[in-house]
Design a protein around this ligand. Structure first.
Ligand code: SAH
Length: 394
């Protein structure tokens, strides 16, 4: 194969040798002039040693490495990578009669930088975060439905908001293969209607699966507030764990209605559940002291990039303080940050500041992260984004 060659500046091959999957633009000594975003390129060190192949893109990350060998990036490549990803999910026990929702591909964590695939039953929802993956979407879709043992029939492509807009590809969210409007995903025996057409991200947050399971153990006999409920994942688990009352809150009316549907789907009309479309800070300001003895705070990413970290930390502190000050003695707080730019130390410090600010005695019971179907390439710590704490409030 004959891919255009990018040569690195002297010494800049070290991080690739340590398997880091990105080449930053500042590391490049020379590149062909006619390179287009999304092209497959070969990367070489300053002395001409081949280091691998990757997708070229415009921006501070200039190449996302697909392989550390000089191989052809073709159907066989994608099939093998996807099949390896599936093998891991099978080994994790995620494909069962009572569980058919999981993340099949987590970008760099599955050696497919720029690609996310979530599976809901017979449907795979694909998100491209790079132009290279956008161009490969048809091959990827065809490989997905051929994976042995995955029983995938539909592939929905949803990259309108994830591709760099400057690439002006004008991607349409649409089915590449099959078609199916919504589906009922099963997670640990609980049912969720997933709307990938209109929902946020791929339609459901599979990354909270293990944390929702933990919540189920804490829920018995408790009055639960699920703040930022989206599709009601934590609410459904709380009810299945024996909570006496569950209130779900989200500023989006659509999310509140999805939550109600999912509660009904699992427990009928008589569950001790109510959902409110309300802003989080307003709800917390107006809620009665001691109203809930288990609170979940799972806000959207407060920091979408490094520049926003300071404000984000202030936001986490304020949110946690507002909740903690009204929680009764002996109550439990599940608190999260899904901002990749905020480290777990920074998040913990923000929560510490909240506790100190409202003068509560607080102990950490569990430290939470993303589940095993969101693996972190050890050479690419940037892949770690979800962090959470379970706190005991006195
Ligand atoms: N906990 C959910 C995921 C939460 S995603 C799960 O397990 O699936 C974050 C949610 O916060 C979104 O549904 C969004 O609509 C909601 N949201 C964003 N800003 C908000 C605000 N100010 N008040 C309340 N909800 C908000």
């Amino acid at each position: 194969m004959n891919y255009p060659v990018i040569t690195l500046r002297r010494g800049k091959e070290e991080s690739l040798r340590r398997f880091h999957p990105w080449v930053f633009s500042g590391a490049i000594a020379s590149a062909p002039e006619n390179l287009e975003e999304g092209d497959i390129v070969e990367v070489r060190s300053s002395d001409g040693t081949p280091l691998g192949v990757g997708h070229y893109q415009i921006g501070s990350i200039a190449v996302r490495m697909l392989s550390d060998e000089i191989i052809e990036i073709n159907r066989e490549y994608y099939f093998n990578r996807l099949n390896n990803a599936l093998r891991l999910r099978k080994a994790l026990g995620l494909l069962r009669d009572d569980n058919n929702a999981f993340r099949l591909v987590h970008g760099e964590g599955d050696f497919l930088p720029g690609l996310i695939v979530d599976v809901y039953g017979q449907t795979a929802v694909v998100q491209a975060h790079s132009v290279g993956m956008h161009y490969a979407r048809d091959i990827i879709a065809e490989c997905l439905v051929s994976l042995p043992g995955a029983s995938l029939r539909n592939v929905y492509y949803k990259s309108e908001t994830t591709l760099p807009y400057k690439a002006s590809l004008d991607p349409q969210n649409d089915y590449i293969i099959g078609s199916y409007d919504t589906d009922i995903a099963v997670e640990n025996g609980l049912k969720f209607r997933v709307d990938w057409l209109k929902g946020q991200k791929t339609g459901f947050f599979v990354d909270q699966r293990d944390n929702r399971s933990l919540l189920r153990h804490f829920a018995r006999g408790r009055r639960v507030l699920n703040m930022f409920c989206y599709t009601g994942g934590f609410s459904v688990y709380a009810l299945s764990g024996g909570a006496t009352l569950v209130h779900s809150v989200d500023s989006s009316a659509k999310a509140v209605s999805l939550t109600r549907d999912n509660v009904r789907l699992n427990f009928g009309d008589d569950a001790p559940h109510e959902a409110f479309a309300e802003d989080a800070f307003k709800y917390l300001a107006e809620m009665k002291d001691g109203a809930y003895d288990l609170v979940v705070l799972d806000p959207p990413a407060f920091a979408k990039h490094r520049g926003a970290i300071k404000n984000a930390l202030r936001g986490y502190q304020k949110l946690n303080a507002r909740a903690m000050e009204k929680m009764p003695e002996g109550s439990i707080l599940f608190t999260f940050s899904c901002s990749q730019a905020v480290s777990k130390e920074q998040f913990r410090l923000a929560v510490f500041s909240a506790a100190a600010q409202v003068g509560r005695r607080v102990r950490i019971l569990h430290q939470l992260t993303q589940p095993a179907d969101h693996p972190i390439n050890i050479y690419h710590p940037e892949g770690e984004y979800l962090k959470g704490l379970i706190l005991y409030i006195e």
